[in-house]
Design a protein around this ligand. Structure first.
Ligand code: PLP
Length: 410
């Protein structure tokens, strides 16, 4: 799939025994493992370049600054932003959404305005909007999730009725982290734009799995986390259209983001510095640069094919299990599958699978309102990435068959 490359050998954490069996890591929607080149980039930075950025005039500081700004330029190319100044480094998706909610949201929303979300949003693209709605008097509305099990998806027929002139922002996830639904992001942006609403795409579950082009998508904001795309934890991106960022007030203030400070008041730098107060996460930005290069060496279209094929195979195999309820579409889906077993709680499934060396995730997946709507307290999720193999799906199925037999005894 990846031009004969032995991808697994790039990832040191994969080569360990869990429960006496070789690890099968199927929790990639939560976080992915890191290739040795990314780990090396972090070590190299701390061994050779460690220094504060931007205002340093010595050699190490200049190297650190160059590395940090090169990472920003690489991130712009990675998503086809029109300029590096449209890339703000944050701690991740959650912080990026909070930045937009607190900066743009508090400055622009008022009573009667609507923030449109979908019922499949992760809590991190839902709670910040509830909070800003409460503070500004705006209202949060949701595009419903319709269909049952294999048909789950957004009710796109309702979208035009929901996209009233009161909608100032439509914020939606590209890929559902529970259902595996891939939303038609470009179409959603186009329909929102037609009524004058801004758009924010939560790309946490798509950025590491396919090529994204913010200009082709036509979005105003796009947010993601480095750790879900073979990069380190603690680093992520907010993409924003230049004109919007320049008009937004800072959300955190202090060093690094000011142009002038006087006892009587201060003035701000333009984006991106305006939104990066304090010492930034230099090391992780530099390692994220290497992660982006790594993904492009494998080829993002190839990654998409690989992950989707594994998820479709897993979906088909899981459907054979007695008492299984699969969530999300049967056909084209992202690289993850969620399911519930009639007789076994999700946490028990995850604990039993762990004894077979298989890492799954069980719970509400930060989708509490969606799970409630589906009538499930929790589900089990298997999520795939570049290093997973069809043989690992066989291991998963063998383990689940044992679990079904154990809990089904009645
Ligand atoms: N959005 C989606 C769709 C996610 O799946 C996640 C994490 O699972 C997030 C947002 C939050 O990402 P982070 O915890 O890295 O901020």
């Amino acid at each position: 799939m990846f031009a004969g490359r032995d991808v697994r050998s790039d990832f040191p954490t994969l080569h360990q025994l869990v429960g006496g069996r070789p690890l099968v890591y199927l929790d990639n929607a939560a976080t992915t493992h890191k290739p040795q080149v990314v780990i090396d980039a972090l070590t190299r930075y701390y061994e050779k370049d460690n220094s504060n950025v931007h205002r340093g005039l010595h050699a190490l500081s200049m190297r650190a600054t160059d590395g940090y700004e090169a990472a920003r330029a690489r991130a712009a190319v990675f998503i086809n932003a029109s300029s590096p100044s449209e890339i703000i480094f944050t701690r991740g998706t959650t912080e990026s959404v909070n930045l937009v909610a607190q900066s743009w949201g508090q400055a622009n929303l008022k009573r009667g305005n609507v923030i449109l979300l979908t019922e499949m949003e992760h809590h991190s693209n839902l709670v910040p909007w509830q909070v800003v709605a409460e503070r500004t008097g705006a209202v949060v509305k949701y595009v419903p999730v319709v269909g049952d099990n294999a048909e789950h998806g957004l009710d796109l027929d309702r979208l035009d009725a929901l996209l009233t002139p009161e909608v100032k922002l439509f914020a939606f996830t590209h890929v559902s982290n529970t259902l595996g639904v891939i939303n038609p992001a470009a179409e959603l942006c186009r329909r929102a734009r037609a009524v004058g609403a801004l758009t924010l795409i939560d790309a946490a579950q798509s950025i590491g799995h396919e090529s994204l082009d913010v200009q082709a998508l036509g979005c105003d904001f796009l947010v993601y986390s480095g750790h879900k795309m073979v990069g380190p934890t603690g680093i992520g991106v907010l993409y924003g259209r230049r004109a919007l960022l320049d008009a937004m007030p800072p959300w955190q203030t202090g060093g690094g983001m000011i142009s002038v400070v006087e006892f009587s008041g201060s003035r701000w730098k333009p984006a991106p510095e305006r939104f990066e107060a304090g010492t930034p996460n230099v090391a992780d930005a530099i390692a994220l640069h290497v992660a982006m290069d790594y993904l492009d060496t494998l080829g993002r279209p190839e990654i998409a094919l690989h992950d989707h094929a594994l998820a479709e195979a897993a979906y088909g195999a899981l459907a054979e299990l007695p008492g299984v309820r699969l969530l999300g579409p049967k056909g084209k889906r992202a690289g993850l599958v969620s399911f519930a077993l009639k007789d076994a709680h999700a946490h028990d499934v995850v604990t039993f699978a762990d004894q077979d060396g298989i890492a799954l995730r069980g719970g509400h997946h930060c989708n509490q309102p969606l799970m409630k709507k589906l009538g499930l307290p929790s589900s089990v999720r298997a999520s795939f990435y570049v290093y997973n193999t069809p043989e690992e799906i066989d291991r998963l199925l063998a383990s689940l068959r044992k679990i079904v037999a154990f809990f089904g005894r009645g």
